[in-house]
Ligand binder design. Structure first.
Ligand SMILES: NC(=O)c1ccc[n+]([C@@H]2O[C@H](COP(=O)([O-])OP(=O)(O)OC[C@H]3O[C@@H](n4cnc5c(N)ncnc54)[C@H](OP(=O)(O)O)[C@@H]3O)[C@@H](O)[C@H]2O)c1
Length: 229
């Protein structure tokens, strides 16, 4: 039997890279992000784990480019992971920071899912896993835009799940707490945070359930004290 193909956005580093490497023993990969050099490093790591890995350098906030690059690809599992954060008080948030977060965390969902979902519906099978955040359920000072975008993810994911589940397509949302990645600025205390591979493990669980089972929403948080593996 041929291996399923997983497309991971934001696969060049952080959580997306860990997801790609975690899925590589069982899935072929399509790796999407802007940094093509990092993507090829991830592709090499995935190939070493047994996957065929295809790199697509793409800004997922660019609708026409995303449409051109992804429409028609055979994708069994879409992991919509690419995201950006500018955590700061609303009045200190520039228009560029606001629009960037909305473009990547919200509008890119339209571009990417719109390109890939029709193939899943035609085949009557597939899984769309979206990386949300506990910021999609909680609020905090400095999160007016970021938490707003992650609240959007929750509404989008559940609505889409209800829309396509009877067509054999599952939609899930994985909501991490804080994870040690470049999303946080240098100098941030990180020793208590989750590792990207912890989130990858949760994503792997969500996308490998039996065909008649959908685990729609998963929240993953750090547990203290952090112990060596
Ligand atoms: N870290 C946390 O604590 C945490 C907690 C909850 C949820 N999350 C969510 O997890 C996801 C991944 O974040 P991370 O922590 O792994 O952050 P990260 O280390 O900064 O990685 C972000 C990834 O998104 C990609 N990306 C950003 N803008 C893009 C664009 N316009 N087009 C294509 N790719 C783009 C980046 O690749 P390029 O720069 O190469 O394009 C990179 O691969 C995000 O949705 C984030 O909101 C993170």
């Amino acid at each position: 039997m041929s291996r399923p193909t997983a497309l991971v956005t934001g696969a060049s580093r952080g959580i997306g890279r860990a997801i790609a490497e975690r899925l590589a023993p069982t899935h072929d990969l399509v790796l999407v992000a802007r940094d093509v050099g990092h993507l090829h490093q991830v592709a090499d790591a995935c190939q070493a784990r047994g996957a065929a890995a295809h790199v697509i350098a793409l800004d997922v906030a660019d609708g026409p480019a995303t449409d051109a690059a992804l429409t028609g690809l055979h994708v069994d599992v879409l992991v919509n992971n690419a995201g950006v954060a500018a955590i700061k008080p609303f009045l200190e948030t520039t228009a560029e920071e606001w629009h960037r977060q909305v473009d990547v965390n919200v509008n890119a969902l339209y571009h990417v899912v719109r390109a890939v979902l029709p193939g899943m519906l035609a085949r009557q099978r597939g899984h769309v896993c979206i990386i949300g955040s506990i910021a999609g359920r909680n609020t905090f000072v400095g999160g007016a835009c970021y938490a707003g975008t992650k609240h959007f993810v929750m509404g989008f994911a559940e609505s889409l799940m209800l829309e396509v589940r009877d067509a054999g397509v599952g939609v899930s949302v994985v909501m991490p707490g804080s994870v040690d990645t470049d999303l946080f600025p240098p100098g941030t205390k990180r020793d208590w945070m989750l590792e990207p591979r912890d989130v990858a493990e949760t994503v792997a669980f969500a996308v490998t359930q039996p065909p008649h089972v959908l685990t729609h929403r998963l929240e993953v948080r750090p547990l203290s004290p952090k112990r060596p593996r």
